[in-house]
Design a protein around this ligand. Sequence first.
Ligand code: RUB
Length: 316
Amino acid sequence: EEIQSIASIEELAEAIRSMMIRGSGAIGLCGAYGVYLAAYESKGDVEKIRQAGDLLKSTRPTAVNLMKTVDEMVATAESTQGDVEALEQKAVEIIERQLEFEYQLGKYGAELIEDGDTIMTHCHSGALGGAGYGGRALSVIRAAHEQGKNIHVFTCETRPYLQGARITAYELKKFGIPHTLITDNMSGFCMSTGKIDKIVVGSDRVSANGDLANKVGTYMHALAAKENGIPFYTATSSHTIDFNTPSGDAIEVEMRNADEVTKIKGVRIAPEGTNALYPSFDITPNKLISGIITETGVITAPFEQNLNRLNKKVNV
Ligand code: RUB
């Protein structure tokens, strides 16, 4: 919002930490460009590039794209002895790959959407989080809309950052997709009264058995969806699947500063001294998930076996 340009690794790290730049796709791409920036600034000093990579990875622990893109860039720096041009090319490759994944997964996901469906999404998994066609969840929604399906979206605003309203509604309006804004505590009512046909959310990390970490509140939606017989999908890419994390309980959930709960945009909304807790993400177990939409197709149960098969096919 306030930042006009980012001129150093420290400024970039702060922009990610403070969620000026947020969403797993966006911070992954910024991680790649951050390593390139460090290479450019240091004229290819591999040690400085490594340090910049460590700083960027320390900003947010849950989204795996950031770790993977930084590691990929640092490995390129090591294998080319800090060749700045090679790093620029690698960063471009990473963004092009992500945009292609988002476009492809949107097409696969749209096959799950029927004419007349109302789809609920949570937080923001969209174009600003991935820079291109529609991000992840919104790629699915946008592709279904462009296929001429008559769809409606319930965009679920999440406390405390209010992302459903501030970003998802903005993008849905831009794409011309009819939508209704709700807050995250209304989803149970909407599901139990037949207002929602399907749920599509993004993911910050999917473990090898298909458990997923996404913006806090996702788990509650998945539980309510199960109770109401509503299909619950995550739209993500193979890049967000962390085959080194066996299950959801091994995913580190970022705990953010409780001030972000007791204040909204700097204005205190709870009495001075109120204790507050802020897990930024929660874990949805694979048994609540109907399918994982990826650029290679939709993965269904048994997740561990089917994801393992995917792992052998992809190398990102
Ligand atoms: C945002 C969030 C998004 C995921 C998935 O988290 O949880 O739902 O990042 O989005 P935060 P995408 O705002 O804390 O970074 O599919 O775009 O990666």
